[in-house]
Design a protein around this ligand. Sequence first.
Ligand SMILES: Cc1cc2nc3c(=O)[nH]c(=O)nc-3n(C[C@H](O)[C@H](O)[C@H](O)COP(=O)(O)O)c2cc1C
Length: 212
Amino acid sequence: MNSPVFLPEFAEGLDTLLTWRRDVRHFQTVPLPNGALDHLLDRACLAPSVGNSQPWRFVRVLSAARRAAIIGHVEAENQQAASIYRDETRAAYDALKLHGLREAPEHLAVFCELDPAAGRGLGRQTMPETLAYSVVIAVHTLWLAARTIGIGVGWVSIVDPAAINRLLDVPEDWRLVALLCLGYPAEESETPELVRRRWQDRLHAGQTRFVR
Ligand SMILES: Cc1cc2nc3c(=O)[nH]c(=O)nc-3n(C[C@H](O)[C@H](O)[C@H](O)COP(=O)(O)O)c2cc1C
C-alpha cells in the first residue's frame, strides 16, 4: 500500500483534536455503543513501546459491586489528599469535581506489566520506567481516538495503586498507570476545567530552556 499523504485539512483537524481533547469529569450516563471500547483499545495498541514490548494491560470493570468499590476508594483517598490544603485553597479544592466515576458508563483501568516477555528486555535495561512511559502513550492514543468519535475520557489518579490491583484482582506485577472514566461528555470546552475554575492556568513554551 502507498504511504498516506496528510493534507493540510488533516493537519488542521489534528490541531483541533489536540486543542479540544479535554479531561472529562462530567459525563452523560448513556452507555457507549457496542464495540466502541474495543475499537478504542485497538487504537491504543498502535502506540509505540520500548522494545515493542506492548506492556499495556487493560481491565474493563463490568460489575456494579466493583464500580462501587472503586468510587468508595477514590472518595476516601480524595479526603486524604484534600487534607494538605487549608483555608481558601481547601475550599477551592473541595469545590473541584475530580472524577466522573459515578456517571461515566465505563471504568477502565490500565496497567503496565513490569517484566513482559515481549520485546525481550530491549531498550529498558537502564531505564525500566520506559515500560510505564509506553503505557502512558497508549492511554494518550486512546484519549485522542476517543475524542474523534465524541467519547470523553477522564484520568483519575487519586488512588492507592496497590489497592486498585486488589479491588480488580490483577497480578502484583501489573502496575497501575491510569484509572479512566469513559463516556459521552455532558459539556464541551476548549479550556481545561482547572483553568476555568482558576485552579491552574496553562503555562506556555516560555518554560523551555535553551543550551548551546
Ligand atoms: C497523569 C494524569 C493524572 C490525572 N489525574 C486527574 C485526577 O485525578 N482528577 C482529575 O480531575 N483530573 C486528572 N487529570 C486531568 C488533568 O487535571 C488535566 O489533564 C489538566 O487539568 C489539563 O486539562 P485538559 O486535559 O482538559 O487539557 C490527570 C491527568 C493526567 C495526565
